[in-house]
Design a protein around this ligand. Structure first.
Ligand code: 3H9
Length: 709
């Protein structure tokens, strides 16, 4: 094999008339500046070299191309569309007009611009483990280098619209069925050797056809209205999903180059949008939260080979399922035979539900159930690498459990509490090994929700933190590290958010109006309906526990305590803010608003608009978030955003509460909070950090970057 030319990012070699272009831009071979130029340069050489008959485009390290370099988008948007690199469309034009067959050899991922590059090649062959997709809508974008025009020419319009609007990648076998790839290698077959053989045996024997010229599959026109509705249902309020369908629809009616220009216009509109900024913030944020100062590759961590959970209630059962789903054997202890059987019955029902919905097989269910050992005593707890306590939220009970665990657990085992509010340090004080005590706060339903809040106490060791952060990943969660303050990150902020929702009802807004305004903003559920789902009694119990900390004379909402006194705990009792039928379908209960009026005669009633509802609830979140950030209980503002997007149903396309405030402008947020302070008093005192950043014209994001340097 002789080397024709070498560049850092793109290497060109030749093997007996077949050129091989290798992208080597670790870690994921993104199309960073220099890569498109390298490909274009290589193609120009191949075109001009009479000894080369065909070319293979492949990625180093068993990865094709993960798409455009996402870090470049912010710069391009800020520079009004100017790029540091040549446009990808130009490069793809060079590939398809090379005059010699170019074959994309795909392993790992061909995503976004990666798949677009592959589709501009004349053929695509894939390793059996490869995945391909157009995930741009998950970044608030649409494909911007012909994806919406070439993909329908391979798959037909309906499937292309679905792939571009939903953004989910497909595996090699599906890609072959859909017509995206021309051949899938057998497992274990060498990709480069397979591609070279394909070039010699097939590509060189057939006439060259560019994807842009394949119009046959465009004839069948799907119901685009139905596709738009499906996309709106799946990704509520996400503009990019709708624009992706517009661009695919255009492929069916416009000549290729016109369609490409239309796609480019829609892509640029999306690139300038707040939705795209927010989703890109979340993409990098989900990776950033794994980085904890003081923890690196040399920090010890333990492998969790077996686990134990105390409590088989909603949380304990859900946590046990998380372990079983990840293949980790887990013991579950309860205090009574009935509670244990109730807990196991709930687990079995949950798994059976998944089997009946086709999510996994009966065999998988049986394997998972076999990993869960229900028991009344502590047998085997001395072997567990981690024990997670998930008993009722009461300090005395928790301390008693930890005292017992201290006597039983093996040295070095992690002793974790699933508390959602209580002090990890106080819990740890019941043991002789506070360095092993940590909070692992799961979110309900624990086997579904993606967030794991890892809470460090004053003495928690870096090894325990490292282990739990990695355990989260193994359980399929996003782990975020929080400091030990009341409610940690998530629930500390949720308190003021839900407080305002209740105040709004007490001031005259209807229950449905409050929930509707926040739902329309993009929250998965309104704050009052969320209370009903989680159980109003949970907050009621906590409020009783901390009643002595309440500052006298400061207004507190009373409606939920009163509802709880009436036995209205929410969905589980059939009534809370709403009433529920046997299928747990909610209906408005007009009686609730009448009661609230009676309970709060001293609060003046008025008409309250949607904007005020949204601002009151969201800025209460932001103001508390600013305090948490300044006090160091969150490492960065993006950690708070990731908590809210993954644990509290905050819309990712708004970026999380702190990014939302940054996008609105902290000066505006501050002014509104001052207004609320004037109207409602000291609960609205602006957080000092917010005041400072608003006056400097800065953002939470910039503050976090400065602080982490
Ligand atoms: C696009 O292509 C638009 C075009 O249509 C138009 C062009 C004109 N760029 O996820 P990991 C980083 S839009 C920059 O942990 P994994 C990531 O931040 C793009 N950086 O690995 C992380 O950095 P760090 C469409 C990227 O093995 C490191 O790489 N493409 C990019 O679990 C490792 O990432 C996508 O949306 C990127 N494109 O998963 C694909 N991708 O170590 C986005 C990753 O500093 N990427 N990084 O934290 C992915 O989905 C996953 O990264 C992938 C690998 C599945 C590829």
């Amino acid at each position: 094999m002789s080397t024709l030319s070498t560049q850092d990012l793109v290497v060109l070699t030749q093997n007996d008339g077949i050129a091989v272009i290798t992208i080597q831009n670790p870690p994921v071979n993104a199309l960073s500046p220099g890569v498109p130029e390298g490909i274009a340069n290589a193609i120009a050489r191949i075109r001009d070299d009479a000894s080369v008959r065909a070319a293979i485009l492949i990625g180093a390290n068993n990865r094709f191309i993960a798409g455009a370099d996402i870090r470049e988008f912010g710069k391009i948007a800020a520079a009004g569309g100017k790029r540091d690199s040549i446009g990808l469309n130009e490069v793809l034009h060079t590939i398809e007009n090379c005059g010699k067959p170019v074959i994309a050899a795909i392993d790992g991922h061909a995503l976004g611009g990666g798949l677009e590059t592959a589709m501009a090649c004349h053929y695509r062959i894939a390793a059996s483990t490869a995945h391909v997709g157009q995930p741009e809508c998950k970044l608030g974008l649409i494909p911007g280098a012909g994806g919406t025009q070439r993909l329908p020419r391979l798959t037909g319009l309906a499937k292309a619209a679905e792939l571009c609007a939903f953004g989910d990648p497909v595996n090699a076998a599906t890609a072959f069925e859909l017509g995206i790839v021309d051949r899938v290698l057998a497992p274990g077959e060498d990709l480069l050797a397979g591609a070279i053989a394909f070039a010699r045996e097939t590509a060189l024997a057939l006439p060259l056809v560019r994807t842009r010229d394949k119009d046959a599959k465009l004839a069948e026109k799907p119901d685009f209205t139905a596709l738009r509705e499906a996309a709106a249902k799946r990704s509520r309020n996400l503009n990019a999903a709708q624009r992706a369908i517009d661009a695919v629809e255009a492929a069916g009616v416009m000549p290729f180059d016109e369609g490409l220009a239309y796609e480019q216009k829609l892509f640029m509109d999306c690139l300038y949008s707040d939705q795209s900024k927010a989703l890109i913030h979340i993409f990098f944020g989900e990776r950033e939260v794994a980085k904890v100062p003081g923890i690196d590759k040399t920090t010890p961590s333990f492998t969790i080979q077996n686990a134990a959970v105390i409590g088989a209630g909603t949380m304990g059962g859900g946590i046990a399922m998380c372990f079983a789903n990840a293949g980790i054997p887990v013991r579950v202890k309860e205090a009574s035979e009935q509670a244990l059987e109730r807990g196991m019955a709930a687990i079995r029902k949950n798994y059976a539900n998944s089997v009946s919905k086709g999510r996994f097989s009966q065999e998988t269910m049986d394997k998972r159930l076999a990993l869960i050992t229900p028991q009344l005593g502590y047998d085997g707890f001395d072997q567990a690498d981690i024990v997670i306590e998930a008993v009722f939220e009461g300090m005395e009970l928790k301390k008693e459990v930890f005292r017992e665990l201290d006597a039983i657990a093996k040295p070095g085992a992690i002793l974790a509490s699933n508390t959602s509010t209580l002090s990890i340090d106080e819990i740890a004080s019941a043991t002789s090994r506070p360095e092993s005590v940590i909070g692992t706060h799961f979110f309900s339903p624990a086997n579904v929700m993606k967030l794991l809040e890892v809470v460090r106490g004053a003495s928690t060791s870096l090894a325990a933190i490292n282990t739990c952060m990695q355990l989260g990943k193994k359980l399929g969660k996003v782990s975020v590290l929080a400091g030990n303050c009341f409610g940690f990150i998530g629930n500390r902020m949720f308190g003021p958010y839900r407080r305002e929702a209740q105040f709004l009802v007490e001031e005259g807004a209807s229950v449905a109006a409050v929930d509707r305004a926040l739902y329309d903003f993009g929250m998965a559920m309104g704050p009052l309906a969320t209370g009903d789902l989680a159980g109003l009694d949970v907050g009621w119990r906590i409020r009783k526990e901390i009643a002595h900390l309440q500052k006298p004379g400061v207004r507190q909402p009373i409606a939920e305590d009163k509802l709880c006194e009436m036995g209205r705990f929410g969905q589980k009792t059939g009534a809370g803010w709403y009433v529920y039928d046997a299928q747990r379908k909610a209906s408005v209960d007009p009686q609730v608003e009448a009661w609230v009026r009676e309970w709060t005669t001293e609060v003046p009633k008025r008409e309250i608009g949607e904007e005020e509802i949204v601002d009151r609830c969201l800025y209460a979140l932001v103001n508390e978030g600013a305090r948490i950030l300044e006090e160091g209980f969150a490492l960065r503002s993006v950690d708070i955003d990731i908590v809210y997007v993954n644990g509290y149903g905050f819309p990712a396309y708004r970026g999380g509460p702190m990014e939302y405030a940054d996008l609105v402008g902290l000066d505006k947020v501050y002014a509104r909070i001052k207004e609320f302070e004037g109207q409602h008093g000291e609960l609205w005192t602006p957080a000092p950090l917010l005041v400072k950043l608003a006056e400097e014209g800065s953002t939470f994001g910039a503050y976090s970057k400065r602080a982490s340097r």
